[in-house]
Design a protein around this ligand. Structure first.
Ligand code: 2M8
Length: 448
């Protein structure tokens, strides 16, 4: 295997390049997730993007959050895609049919019918921090954003607690791999093997394969059939969240989403205290955070210490080791020894510190794992946005040196200035989309 040399980078150049990506992907009230591959707004991308935008202007960052929240469903769900005016992505709004089929979906803008990880309160909190380092006008805009978005974010968290954890286990379920954000992670291979596309799956044409030429960098056609079949199942349930939970053939309690839910609930509760939100709503958030944090800790494998997803349809823990297993480091809640051990594993020789890696950035699957595919999307490559999330969490939980290491190593990984969606860990090759907005956004945050 060709070993790449570590890249040297200039922070000011990287920041300028990142700002240029965000500006050029900005179509007015939304920054598309990527120029060609993802020409619309994605829910968790928008949150990270708004953090990057805060460095270019707090008002514009707030606009991004407002655009997303304007698409919130009447029941509280924040949809995973908010479609802009252009086509260019499959599945588009017609395939979902949410505006026709669901009583809760907005008629405009058009949206998909599933959700994504709830990182939004983290973004609003971060925008406020950036705003408070700026001018009086920045500070006022940041504070206004909190006031304007708090209730909507509370309703979003309440939706997750009510409809995705109806039994109050603390683990939040996803009904589609896309909801995890880690679409084809090997975590989902077991649950997806039970998703059997029916003969009546309407035909379709993938657009992504025309944009990413190397098929090995994207999910397979069989995976896509399953993704599309789940949409058919949800259409048949009219996107009613109770019916979807009962009938969808994919139902997995996602430990990484649960960890994000826990820490984002903490952040939202703190903002609520500061900004005078209703005390009972703040208390709900604290209760959900504590419950999910405990559930994430309790999901750990006795053998590896890594947190695990639970397949609710099969009634079994999913013992596949991926980066999501480090979920307790996102939300905290382990005792000091266990936390230190997990940090050492993450930064040690099987993961970020693996001797074959060009930069000490955690890969999505360990190179020592049989499931590791160095170029294949969520099956091995390094994702700068995920590193940022771990870096943010490390800093929040007092692991300053590790946070700084993730920053420096990721900056060296992206030193080529391509702002790619993901990177080949052994060669450092840029993969997937170039000029991906969330990559640029987190780099800008790290450079400013
Ligand atoms: C990827 O997912 C979309 C489907 O939602 C796709 O492959 O077409 C994932 O990486 C997801 O996490 C991300 O939000 C989205 C846009 O960047 O792309």
């Amino acid at each position: 295997v060709r070993r790449a040399a570590r890249r040297s980078y200039d922070v000011a150049d990287l920041a300028m390049g990142a700002a240029d990506v965000l500006r050029s992907n900005d179509i007015g009230t939304m920054v598309t997730a990527a120029p060609a591959l993802y020409p619309h707004m994605w829910s968790w991308d928008a949150a990270f993007i708004s953090i990057g935008l805060a460095h270019l202007g707090v008002e514009r960052a707030g606009q991004e959050i407002r655009t997303l929240l304007a698409a919130q469903w009447a029941d509280g769900m924040i949809p995973h895609i908010v479609y802009g005016d252009r086509g260019g992505y499959f599945p588009g709004p017609g395939r979902w049919g949410t505006a026709e089929l669901s009583a809760s979906a907005p008629q405009a803008p058009l949206t998909s019918g599933i959700c994504q990880p709830p990182v939004h309160a983290i973004a609003v909190g971060r925008i406020l921090d950036v705003a408070r380092r700026g001018t009086d006008a920045d500070r006022a805009a940041g504070e206004q954003l909190v006031r304007d978005s708090w209730a909507a974010l509370y309703r979003w968290h309440a939706w997750l607690a009510q409809y995705r954890d109806p039994d109050g286990t603390g683990l939040i379920a996803v009904v589609h791999g896309w909801e995890s954000g880690m679409d084809n992670s090997p975590r989902w291979d077991g649950p997806y093997s039970a998703v059997i596309p029916g003969p009546d799956l309407p035909s379709y044409v993938r657009l992504d394969r025309e944009l990413v030429r190397d098929g090995a960098e994207r999910p397979t056609d069989l995976e896509y059939d399953r993704y599309l079949w789940l949409i058919e199942e949800m259409r048949r349930a009219s996107y009613d969240p109770v019916k979807v939970y009962e009938t969808c053939s994919f139902l997995v309690a996602d430990v990484f989403v649960s960890a994000i839910f826990a820490v984002a609930s903490d952040v939202l509760a703190d903002l609520g205290d500061e900004f005078g939100a209703p005390a009972e709503h703040v208390a709900d958030l604290r209760r959900w955070a504590a419950r999910s944090r405990a559930a994430v800790a309790a999901s750990r494998s006795p053998e590896t210490g890594l947190a695990r997803d639970y397949d609710r349809r099969a009634g079994a823990w999913i013992d596949v080791e991926t980066l999501a297993g480090f979920a307790p480091l996102i939300c905290g809640g382990l005792d000091a020894d266990a936390e230190r051990a997990l940090i050492e594993t993450l930064h040690g020789p099987h993961w970020a510190g693996h001797p074959d890696l060009v930069a000490k950035v955690p890969p999505t699957v360990s190179p020592d794992s049989v499931g590791f595919k160095s170029r294949e999307y969520w099956r091995g490559p390094q994702w700068p946005v995920v590193s940022w999330l771990f870096g943010w969490a490390h800093a929040r939980h007092g692991h300053t040196a590790q946070a700084e290491a993730l920053r420096a190593e990721t900056l060296s990984l992206v030193g080529d200035g391509a702002f790619s969606e993901y990177y080949e860990p052994v060669t450092g090759e840029a993969l997937g989309s170039r000029r991906q907005s969330w990559t640029a956004a987190v780099i800008l945050d790290w450079c400013t």
